[in-house]
Design a protein around this ligand. Structure first.
Ligand code: GLU
Length: 476
C-alpha cells in the first residue's frame, strides 16, 4: 500500500491527468469537464443470510458519458471504496478512448470478501446488487455495461445477465447488458484470457521497436527475458503463462499475497497455479525459494516487472529500490503518482495500465457487438473462406502436376492454410490489431514531441484528445 502522505488513488489518477493536460491546448472548462467523475451511486442493501440480515455496500461510478454505454468491471473486495471506484472509472474512460472501444468509463464495486461466502449466497448477493443497479439503468445494454474485475468472473456475470433478463423480459438485446459471460451464456471465446493476452501482445509490440527497447536498456525480444510477476490471478496468470510458453520469457519470481517464489532458472507458471489451486497457498511449492515478505521481490534484479494485482503496490516507499528497467502495468494503478515520478527520474520505461491491461475491455467490446448482432463471429464466412483457399491450393497442385514439377507443400501448411478462422482466432486477431494500433498511437506522441518523455503522458494525451474531440463535436 502507498506510504502515508501520498495522494489517494483517485488523486493520483488526476495528477497524472494534470501532467498530460498541461502539455495540451484544451480550454480550462473542457479540461475540468473531462477530469471530473460525473456521478457515483452508492447502495446499501440487505440480504438474509445464515439466519440474519447482512448489509452490503456497493458502488457504480460513471466517470464520463461522452460515449454510451459506459463500460467497466465490477470488483468484489473488502478494500472497495468510493475513491477507488472513481479512480478506476476514470481509468476506464481513458482506456476505452486509447483502444478505440466506443464506450465511456464506469466502474463498480462491492465491499465483500467473496471467499467468505458459499456460491449460493454469492448468487443471492450478486442478484440483489444487480437488481439495485438495473432498476436505475446502471446496468443496461445501451447505457452501462459491467464486466468482471478483481473478485468476480464469468459466474457472477452470468447471474447479472440472468437478473437483467428476468427484469426486462422483452429486451431482445438483454445479453448485451454485461460482458465476460461464460461462452454458453452469451459470452465470447477468449474473454477470460483477454487481459493477459493483451499484456503479451503489448510486450510483443514494444519489442518490435529497437529504439523503444533501447530506452529500457534492453535488447532483442522477449526470448530469455527475466520476468517478475506480482499476482497470479486471472491477468497475471495468463500474461505469465503466455509469455513464458510462447515467447521464451523466463518467470524468475511470482509474488502472491502470502509470500513469493524465486527461482533464477525459471518457474513453471501452470504448475505453480495448480499448486495454489490445490493447497490454497503458494507456500510449500517445491521448486523454488520461498520468500515470506513477497513485496520485497518487486525490488529483485530482473528485465521486466509485471505488477498484476492491486493499485498502489509501487509507491514512494519502494520506488527507488525497483531495479526493473521495464515495467508493464497489468493491474490498474499499480504505480502511485509519487512512485511514477521517482521511476521516471531513474529512466525506467513504464508501459501504462490504460494501455497494458486494455485487452479485457477490447474483447468485452467484441462480446457486446456479438450479443447485439445475435450471431457468432465467423459463422457466415468461415466455410466460404475455406472453399476459396481449397480452390487456390488445388489449382497450384494441378499446375505443378501439369508441368511435371516435383513440388510439394510443406508439411502442415495445407491444414493450417485451409482452416477458416473460428471465433477464437478472430478475437485474438482483433485484439492483436487493437494492441498494435494503440501502441503506435502512443509512440507517435512519445517520439514525436520533445515535451513528452514517457508512454504514460503519451497515452493520456492520445486518450484525452479523443474524449475532447467527442465532447467538442457534441457542442460542449
Ligand atoms: N475490469 C476490466 C478492466 O479494468 C474489464 C472492463 C470491461 O471489460 O468492461 O479493464
Amino acid at each position: 500500500m502507498a506510504v502515508a502522505g501520498e495522494p489517494s488513488f483517485r488523486e493520483s489518477v488526476d495528477l497524472m491527468f494534470n501532467r498530460a493536460v498541461a502539455l495540451m491546448d484544451l480550454s480550462p472548462g473542457l479540461e475540468q469537464k473531462i477530469r471530473v467523475c460525473n456521478s457515483t451511486y452508492t447502495v446499501r442493501f440487505g440480504v438474509r443470510l445464515r439466519g440474519k440480515i447482512e448489509t452490503f455496500v456497493g458502488y457504480r461510478s460513471v466517470h464520463s458519458e461522452h460515449m454510451e454505454p459506459v463500460k467497466g468491471g465490477i470488483r468484489y473486495a473488502m478494500s472497495v471504496n468510493q475513491d477507488e471506484v472513481e479512480a478506476l472509472a476514470a481509468l476506464m474512460t481513458y482506456k476505452c478512448a486509447l483502444v478505440e472501444t466506443p464506450f465511456g468509463g464506469s466502474k463498480g464495486g462491492l465491499c465483500i470478501d467473496p471467499r467468505a461466502w458459499e456460491p449460493h449466497e454469492l448468487e443471492q448477493i450478486t442478484r440483489r446488487f444487480a437488481y439495485e443497479l438495473i432498476k436505475r439503468d446502471l446496468i443496461n445494454p445501451a447505457q452501462n455495461v459491467p464486466a468482471p474485475d478483481m473478485g468476480t468472473g464469468e459466474r457472477e456475470m452470468a447471474w447479472i445477465a440472468d437478473q437483467y433478463a428476468r427484469m426486462n423480459t422483452t429486451d431482445i438485446n438483454a445479453k448485451a447488458c454485461v460482458t465476460g459471460k461464460p461462452p454458453h451464456a452469451g459470452g465470447i471465446q477468449g474473454r477470460v484470457e483477454a487481459t493477459g493476452r493483451g499484456v503479451q501482445y503489448a510486450l510483443r509490440e514494444f519489442f518490435r521497436y529497437p529504439e523503444d527497447v533501447a530506452k529500457a536498456h534492453l535488447t532483442g525480444d522477449l526470448d530469455g527475458k527475466r520476468v517478475v510477476v506480482q499476482g497470479l490471478g486471472n491477468v497475471g496468470y495468463h500474461a505469465a503463462k503466455f509469455i513464458s510458453e510462447e515467447d521464451g520469457a523466463k518467470i524468475i519470481a511470482i509474488i502472491e499475497r502470502d509470500g513469493a517464489l524465486h527461482n533464477e532458472d525459471g518457474l513453471h507458471v501452470e504448475t505453480v497455479k495448480q499448486w495454489i489451486a490445490k493447497h490454497g497457498t503458494i507456500k510449500g511449492y517445491p521448486d523454488a525459494n520461498f520468500v515470506d515478505d513477497g513485496a520485497k521481490l518487486l525490488e529483485l534484479d530482473c528485465d521486466i516487472l509485471i505488477p498484476a494485482a492491486m493499485e498502489g503496490v509501487i509507491h514512494m516507499g519502494n520506488a527507488a529500490q525497483i531495479k526493473a528497467p521495464l515495467i508493464i502495468e497489468a493491474a490498474n494503478g499499480p504505480i502511485t503518482f509519487g512512485a511514477d515520478e521517482i521511476l521516471r527520474q531513474k529512466g525506467t520505461v513504464i508501459i501504462p495500465d490504460m494501455y497494458a491491461n486494455a485487452g479485457g475491455v477490447t474483447v468485452s467490446y467484441f462480446e457486446w457487438v456479438k450479443n447485439l448482432s445475435h450471431i457468432r463471429f465467423g459463422r457466415m464466412q468461415r466455410r466460404a473462406e475455406e472453399a476459396r483457399h481449397i480452390l487456390l491450393v488445388d489449382e497450384l497442385e494441378r499446375l505443378a502436376a501439369d508441368k511435371g514439377l516435383d513440388w510439394t507443400l510443406s508439411p502442415g501448411f495445407k491444414e493450417q492454410y485451409l482452416k477458416g478462422a473460428g471465433e477464437l482466432e478472430l478475437v485474438r486477431s482483433g485484439l492483436d490489431d487493437t494492441m498494435r494500433g494503440a501502441y503506435q498511437a502512443m509512440r507517435a506522441i512519445w517520439h514525436g514531441r520533445d515535451d513528452v518523455e514517457d508512454l504514460r503522458v503519451a497515452a493520456y494525451i492520445v486518450s484525452i484528445s479523443r474524449v475532447a474531440a467527442t465532447y467538442v463535436s457534441k457542442g460542449l
